[in-house]
Design a binder for this molecule. Sequence first.
Ligand SMILES: C[S@@+](CC[C@H](N)C(=O)[O-])C[C@H]1O[C@@H](n2cnc3c(N)ncnc32)[C@H](O)[C@@H]1O
Length: 467
Amino acid sequence: MSSKKRKALDDLEQPGRVFPPLPAPSPPIDVAASDAHFRHLYDRELDFKQLAEKDVDFAAVLQENGNLDFTEPKAVMQLTKTLLSLDFNLKLELPDDRLCPPVPNRHNYILWLKELIDTSSYEPPGRPACGLDIGTGASCIYPLLGTAQRPSWRFFATDIDAKSLQYARRNVMLNQLEGRITVLDRKPEDPLIPLRGRESEKVSGIDFTMMNPPFYESEDEMLCSAQGKARPPHSACTGAPVEMVCEGGEVAHISRMLEESLVLKEEVQWYTSMLGKATSVELLVDKLKATGIDNYAITEFIQGNKTRRWALGWSFWPLRPAEHVARIKSSGWKKVSPPVLSIKILTLPSGKSVDHAVTRINEVMGSMELLSWNWDTEARTGTGKTTENVWSRAWRRKKMREQATGSSVSTSAASTSSPIRCRLGFNIAVEVGVSATMVTVHWREGHDAIMFESLAGFLQGKMKDLG
Ligand SMILES: C[S@@+](CC[C@H](N)C(=O)[O-])C[C@H]1O[C@@H](n2cnc3c(N)ncnc32)[C@H](O)[C@@H]1O
């Protein structure tokens, strides 16, 4: 890069702002195909030989035996640059004394976020969203990865470290993303979410927050960990204390976000953070429950056979994410996970016609006084909304009583001009597999887990004779 261009990048002052709407990508992207590609990028171990064939800079740091020396900062940094370039068409510049992010791990968080945002909505996948990356680091890695995969996403990115901020801005500019990523200077005492307090007038429309918090409680703890992994301290491999250490560690940092979210509530749909310790997830879920938050999601990122990380998200909105996004499958996580979000109501052996099941679902749903019921024949799924438990005996008795006295309990949207609150949104899907067809009900909206389970139980009863 020329010294003139570098000077321009160094001097760049990028004030915070409200973004103008993004133009639709041209040609429009196929979100499902693009997501499928990115989802499987790092399923298999990295093939260093192949990377070296594609990138001479990577070939220069690869050892003769074909291994990469992960204790060597230059090699670690080159791997990150090579993956960003080959897999995401992104450029990166980093100083030697700040954290160099491992791409597959950071990519996992973005993959999870995409599904969290997509599934907690009635809109098709890929809806526009604005993220806030708290503590973006010198790399600005999350906004770079997010915007590379989702043309309709934008970001605010914050940090308190002057050197990281300078490089973050440089990386935004190197990738010509100034129109979609705004980097904001923060002070340690400022709110983590800049929707209140200093400079809040520059920020609006945040749909989700994300954060990879400093997870060590002290510099000693950080140095001990670096020693254990035979890595040089204060380097691209380990990060600087300003990046990695905070009083109280990750639990304190995420608790700060929780406190702020209790004031902001629905202003942001999802508050999320990555975590480095499983015990922190349990502690924080207890805190969420203690404040009455029932809509939350946890996940586990598994990288290779050693490194595990977790992510936690919570929301004051009633829209629920999908089961596989919100709950960790393994039995050890049952108590920490949120309530079940999908319940199987029928299994049909292969060869048995699915038409009867589809007809039955539509008959049953059509006979109830729901707010709405829409069936998509091609996709074999239907979405319903209700204000009340209209399938229960208690509701039917109430309705008969009210009809007898002349008052109405009708819940259909058309029958009233006042807005009616949806208490339960759900989706019924018929999935035809190789060995069986499954009919499943998914919880899409609402705070009442018992109401959702009651609907699933009712449907199981209505479909039982078909199985
Ligand atoms: C572990 S690093 C994560 C960097 C980058 N997001 C990544 O994943 O590689 C934590 C970052 O949080 C920043 N940070 C610490 N306290 C902060 C605060 N109060 N507000 C914003 N950023 C903060 C640090 O300077 C550091 O860059």
